[in-house]
Design a protein around this ligand. Structure first.
Ligand SMILES: *Cc1c(COP(=O)(O)O)cnc(C)c1O
Length: 353
């Protein structure tokens, strides 16, 4: 089965052997306060920074999911409120969780085809955290580097947090332009679910210490203190950390991967523009995601396509949220091979012939 689902998505085939290695090397029962773990964790932190182009002075943390990162950030970096700019389901969910913990948190919804409207945002002075989703997996849109730069320049005194779950480890993100970046690993990392990586600027850690919130097992200050010794507050997903180390060791630098994904996205968008039954959901090229393509059609067309694809051992991603029935999605993630996209194209050409 060729899997184009945008998460959980295809894992690197090498993971199969790494699983056995993890067993043989004793990682599955190693204590998380012991040397073997600490060495793994230290090496991994260095590797993540080098391979993903994360500034040297940023801090790396491990959590179990992007959803957990949403919660950690609200708990530990806001007392009053956060401000969420969103155009799709994941960004909106983050806002909803924030409002449960900090009812004054605010949201600003923008249109699917518009760039993030940085100049229109009204962020009150008591806002402690600005949040947005770099790549909205639900509808296949992205916030461009220019918009991120503008946001950074306009709100220099406020911490900015970015959900980059479906782009981190795929795109060469300019991490220096925001304080917090996070992603779970079942998307561009090509790993099984159950682990997330979070990168934080020194300024974010400074604020966390100032707030001194320690009411949770995953409070940021506690995570920071443990990570000074490359440890976690609780027993982490050691297996997945091991897998991540092995996978990252074999990967090219993020700049190379970004170039490849960008070219492949262009090729795929051009390819899918030729069919009359299906349209690209996002009309504005500038805000189209490079890592998740969303295609739109009537419910009947979409349903039929997905079924026929499955019949040919091709799994297309379902639509999500309000777009669940009239769209399908195609992941453009690093672990998926060019030949698999050729197979996908052959299927569509044959199907519409
Ligand atoms: C998949 C996804 C999430 C949720 O990830 P979990 O690991 O299930 O918490 C959050 N945000 C975005 C943008 C996603 O694509």
């Amino acid at each position: 089965m060729i899997n184009f689902y945008p998460g959980p998505s295809k894992v690197y085939p090498d993971v199969r052997n790494y699983l056995v290695d993890a067993y043989d090397e004793g990682f599955l029962s190693t204590p998380h306060r012991g040397d073997q773990f600490v060495q793994l964790s230290r090496e991994l932190v260095g590797l993540i920074k080098r391979r993903l182009n994360i500034p040297q002075d940023y801090y790396i943390f491990f959590a179990s999911s992007a959803t957990e990162c949403w919660e950690i950030l609200v708990q530990s970096l806001t007392k009053n409120k956060s401000y969420h700019i969103y155009n799709g389901s994941f960004g909106e969910k983050w806002l909803q969780y924030a409002q449960k913990l900090r009812p004054k948190s605010e949201g600003y919804a923008f249109d699917l085809n518009s760039p993030m409207p940085v100049h229109e945002l009204q962020v009150s002075p008591d806002t402690e955290l600005i949040c947005f989703t770099q790549n909205e997996t639900s509808n296949g849109t992205q916030v461009t580097p220019t918009c991120i730069l503008n946001l950074h320049n306009r709100f220099r005194d406020t911490l900015i947090a970015v959900d980059a779950t479906s782009s981190m480890a795929g795109l060469n993100l300019k991490m220096i332009k925001a304080d917090i970046w996070f992603a779970s690993v079942q998307k561009c990392f090509g790993l099984p679910a159950g682990l997330a990586v979070m990168a934080c600027s020194p300024r974010a850690i400074f604020r966390a210490k100032q707030m001194g919130e320690r009411a949770h097992y995953n409070s940021m200050v506690s995570m920071y203190e443990k990570m000074l010794n490359y440890q976690t507050t609780h027993t982490p997903n050691v297996l997945n950390l091991y897998l991540m180390k092995r996978v990252l060791e074999e990967r090219p630098f993020i700049k190379t991967i970004d170039g490849e994904l960008t070219a492949r996205a262009q090729d795929l968008y051009a390819f899918f523009a030729q069919f009359t039954d299906i349209q690209l959901l996002v009309e504005n090229e500038e805000v189209r995601s490079k890592t998740v393509l969303a295609l739109q059609g009537s419910e009947k067309v979409v349903d039929e396509l997905k079924k026929r694809a499955l019949h040919h051992n091709i799994r297309l991603g379902n639509g999500y949220g309000p777009w669940s029935r009239n769209t399908f999605r195609i992941a453009n993630f690093p672990a998926i091979l060019d030949e698999e996209y050729e197979e996908l194209k052959r299927f569509f050409l044959h199907y519409y012939a």
